[in-house]
Design a protein around this ligand. Sequence first.
Ligand code: GLN
Length: 432
Amino acid sequence: MAADHNAFITEATIEGDADAEGPLAGTTVAVKDNISTAGVRTTCGSEMLADYVPPYSATVVDRLTEAGATIVGKANMDEFGMGTTTETSAFGPTRNPADPERVPGGSSGGSAAAVAAGDADVALGSDTGGSVRCPAAFCGVVGIKPTYGLVSRYGLIAYANSLEQIGPIAGTVEEAAAALDAIAGPDPHDGTTRDLSEVEGADPDPSYAAAADGDVDGLTVGVPTELFDGADERVVETVEDAIADLEDRGAETTEISLPSVEHAVQAYYVIAMAEASSNLARFDGVRYGHRAESDGNWNESFAETRDEGFGAEVKRRILLGTYALSAGYHDKYYKKAQDARAWVRQDFEDAFADVDVIASPTMPVLPFELGESLDDPLRMYLADANTTPVNLANLPAISVPAGEADGLPVGLQLVGPKFDEETVIRAASAVE
Ligand code: GLN
C-alpha cells in the first residue's frame, strides 16, 4: 500500500458481491473518506469525525460492491473537501506519486494518488469545485465529474449540496467510465437524482464504457480563450498539443468566448462557503463526532467542540459563509453570486448551441510544491478558475492526461452539455 504517499486514512476491505459475475469483478477501489462505509470509519479528513463509524453505506459504495468491486480503503482528502492540495487533512498531506515533493491536488488527493501509485484500480472522489478533476490532472490519471443528478449523493457527507457530485478516478477513460456505469442512475434516497428516460434529449440507456471508442470524427470542440488566459505557458502548450491531436483524429476546433467565467471562482467560493456554513452546523458534539470535555453551558460546549474538531481552513469557511448569509450582507454577496451563477449557466448553454464539447486546461498551474500554497488561500482558490464554472453550471466534465511539462502531469478538461457524459468520454478517449 502507498504508505509512502499517505493516500489512505484507513485501510479496510469491503468485499465485492462474490456471487455476482459483475462488470467490476476483480476491480479494487479506494473510496474518498467523505463517502460513508458501514462499519468502516469515515473521517472527512477531520478530527471532528476521527472516530465516526457510519451505520450505513453510501449508495455508490453498495453499487460498486454489487458490481463485484472490492473496496480497499478510505482515501485521504482535504478536511471536509475544502482545499486544492490535500494538505488541510487532519491526517497529514498526501504526496504526489509523480513527484513526492509536490501535492497531489485536492480535495480528493488520496483517491488520485492511490490510483496513480497502483494501490487501487479505481477510486471515488467528490467534486464540489474541481476535487475530482484537479487531483486527476496533478497525478496524471483520469477523473470524471458527472452531471448534477446523475450519481446519488446519499451517504456523501455534504460540503456544498448544490454543487457536488461523486465521480470516478482511474488510469484510463474506459475504466473510469465503467465505474460510472456502475454508480450512475436514480436513487430513491436522493431526490436530486434523475431518471434519464425523463430528461429531454438524454440517452435513456447510456453505456459510458462503450462510449470510450476514440471516435471524434466530425465532433466540434470549442476552445474558450478565457480559460487559457493567465494559465502557465507550459500548461497551455501541453493542452494545445492535446487539442491538436483531437483535430488529427477528425475533430473540428473553434474558438469561443465564455465572458462570465472570470467571475466564476468568486461566485463559487461565496456559494460553497455559504452552503458549508449551514451544512457543518450539524457537528455540535451531541449527535456524532468529537465532543469537547467542557464544563460550560450548551453554547460553550458547542464552541469548544468546534474549536477542537475543525482545522483552520474549515473555520475560515464557516466564518466567511456565515458572514455572506447574514442579514445586511446577503444581497451584497450571496445574491450577487447566485446572479453570476445564472450567467455562467447561460454562457455554457449558448456555447453548446454551436459546439459538442469545450476544451481547456483542467488546472491553470502545475502541481504546487508541498507547503507552497498553504499560507496563501487566495492563490489556492484562484487555481480553481477552470473547474468551478462547471459545478456552477452543473455540467459533466472529465480531466484526461494531456501530457507532461517539466516532467509533471498536465490535465486536459473536456466539458459537455447536461447528461451528455457519453460525448465527453468519447472525446477524452481520443486523447489517450
Ligand atoms: N478547491 C475547491 C474548494 O476548496 C474544490 C473542492 C471540492 O471540489 N471539494 O472548495
